[in-house]
Write a protein that binds this ligand. Structure first.
Ligand code: ATP
Ligand code: MG
Length: 558
């Protein structure tokens, strides 16, 4: 598997190297990331970003950011802003090469006029429905439009009037004149321009005709001097049109851009389409595009996923030529691996039960030294006194077999502190445990006479007086998966009702008082957590990033 992955990871690089060997693109490799600003970017886009910017880096070339904003009704500057923030956060820079397809509207219009002059495009009066009906099928050719043989003069006149706003939406389109009998339906006189009397977020009402993606994209690539136009597999059948347009407009085959397709990223338990993600946001199923359960880059960032872990993931999955489904556990594995190295350790008790050390002096507090990370030098001091909290699930009155946590008469070590023994269980009238009365071994802390004494369990804890109240948000997958592990078609019915669990009564150690939004910690024995932007001076809010248990390492071994 590993070998196949490395080979697959190289097929685009191999194509580029071939081009270089043949002396094409002598001025250097130039790629672009071309989002449509109609939603927030998701982890699938991260793959495309890492690939395009990564190729530029590997070949000492350049990568542009280009907004593919040819669809005025769906696009917005909010999306433009979020996309730039996300690309930057992922660690990439487009320098001063941020472009908009809408910047090229005048040039694209001139190219369309040139196509008409060359007899390769015509204005068609058929309705969208009629065009669809005459397109033919996979087995039957289409029928030629009755307007196909208009003279160049008539086409130029009509196209000019389309631009001048003389016609209503849908009344005319500009079509390429290619071949209605082509086995490739994309080549059957495809639409290049449509009329849309709509305000564009950048050009306002300057234009009332807009180029189609298939027309705007190759020409934008050519205008920018892109050498390799990397896109997802759905566009494989559009490549002949991509080449036809550039060819027809006289772009030199040796230097013009070349389209290369790769398989899009699909992840288990994950919705990977802006349209569906927008449905989740607009339907109120999540708190917004940056809800930490969302697979958007802004959601993952808020959740606490490090950018480096996402880049690492994109590197490891490689690029392939056929579609496949990646286990989301692999992404989590990359996050966990990163955080294990980078995140400081701390103690937090999510479901506290009080422990009173009956033989510890009243009114005394001591500060115990604790390492911040097992492989680094940082230290902090953790207060310890007569009253503490431990995790309710770390005590069992009637312990099951092999229960190495606290039980009546049993001993455990408190991390960075002493060994304690449970002497008495205090309950309220309803039978709920309210307090555990314990005694501690004063010689059992680091440096003490019985410091080396071994007990089976070690628990995390916080000191009662100094612990900080915190809200902790635990997450599960937003989606339950379909049979093949991917998101089902009717994905809203597959929403996991338990994807968010809010714990309001958690307690964390006082060293976290100044932890700002975005700081990440490993809460000992609990998992990795990130301070959320909802944190206030009164109350810390944490997002669960990922648990400690690595399900991917297990899967990968099998
Ligand atoms: P969606 O289907 O989610 O709406 P899109 O392809 O319409 O995505 P664009 O803004 O057009 O979104 O995409 C920008 C770039 O990101 C394109 O080059 C596209 O091929 C790439 N991309 C989008 N989704 C994925 C994915 N799941 N895996 C890899 N690349 C992707
Ligand atoms: Mg798109």
């Amino acid at each position: 598997m590993a070998e196949k992955e490395t080979l697959a990871a190289n097929f685009i690089e191999n194509a580029i190297r071939e081009d270089q060997k043949e002396g094409r693109y002598a001025e250097g490799i130039h790629t672009r990331f071309p989002p449509e600003p109609n939603g927030y970017l998701h982890i699938g886009h991260a793959k495309s970003i890492c690939l395009n910017f990564g190729l530029a880096r590997r070949f000492a070339g350049l990568c542009n950011l280009r907004f593919d904003d040819t669809n005025p009704t769906k696009e917005d500057t909010e999306y433009v802003d979020s996309i730039q923030e996300d690309v930057r956060w992922l660690g990439f820079s487009w320098d001063d090469r941020r472009f908009y397809a809408s910047d090229y509207f005048p040039r694209l219009y001139a190219y369309a006029v040139e196509l008409i002059r060359r007899g390769k495009a015509f204005v068609c009066d058929l309705t969208a429905d009629e065009i669809r009906k005459t397109r033919g099928t996979l087995t039957e050719p289409g029928t030629e439009s009755p307007y196909r043989n208009r003279s160049v003069e008539e086409n130029l006149d009509l196209f000019g009037r389309m631009k001048a706003g003389e016609f209503p939406d849908g009344s005319h389109v500009l079509r390429a004149k290619i071949d209605m009998a082509s086995p490739n339906i994309n080549m059957r006189d495809p639409v290049l321009y449509r009329i849309a009397h709509a305000d564009h977020h950048r050009t306002g009402n300057e234009w009332c005709i807009y180029p189609m993606y298939d027309f705007a994209h190759p020409l934008s690539d050519a205008i920018e001097g892109i050498t390799h136009s990397i896109c997802t597999l759905e566009f494989e059948d559009h490549r002949p049109l991509y080449d036809w347009l550039l060819e027809s407009l006289g772009f030199d085959a040796a230097t013009r851009p070349r389209q290369i397709e790769f398989a899009r990223l699909n992840l288990t338990n994950t919705v990977m389409s802006k349209r569906m993600l927008r449905q989740l946001v607009e339907g109120g199923h999540v708190s917004g595009w940056d809800d930490p359960r969302m697979p958007t880059i802004s959601g993952l960032r808020r959740r606490g996923y490090p950018a480096a872990a996402i880049r690492d993931f994109c590197e490891r999955i490689g690029v392939a030529k056929s579609n496949s489904l990646v286990d989301v556990a692999m992404l989590e594995h990359c996050v966990r691996e990163n955080l294990n190295e980078t995140a400081d350790r701390a103690m937090a008790v999510l479901d506290p039960v009080k422990v009173v050390l009956t033989n510890y002096p009243e009114g005394q507090t001591e500060y115990l030294e604790a390492e911040n990370h097992p492989n680094r030098d940082g230290r902090r001091y953790v207060p310890f006194s007569r009253e503490l909290y431990i995790e309710r699930e770390d005590f069992a009155e009637v312990p099951p077999k092999k229960f190495f946590r606290l039980k009546p008469g049993g001993e455990v070590r408190l991390k960075h502190a002493y060994i304690i023994r449970c002497d008495e269980v205090v309950k309220d009238a309803a039978g709920n445990i309210t307090e555990l009365r314990c005694s501690y071994d004063p010689e059992s802390k680091s440096g003490g006479a019985t410091a080396g004494r071994k007990v089976k369990g070690t628990l995390h804890w916080v000191e009662a007086q100094t612990a900080l109240p915190a809200e902790v948000r635990l997450y599960d997958y937003l989606l339950r998966t379909g049979d093949n592990g991917s998101a089902p078609e009717d994905f809203l019915t597959a929403l996991n009702p338990d994807s968010l669990q809010v714990i309001t009564k958690a307690l964390v150690e006082p060293s976290l008082r100044w932890a700002g939004p975005g700081s990440r910690y490993q809460f000992l024995r609990k998992g990795y957590f990130c301070v959320d932007k909802d944190t206030t001076p009164e109350r810390l809010v944490f997002n669960e990033i990922v648990g400690l248990r690595d399900t991917w390492a297990k899967v990968a071994k099998e």
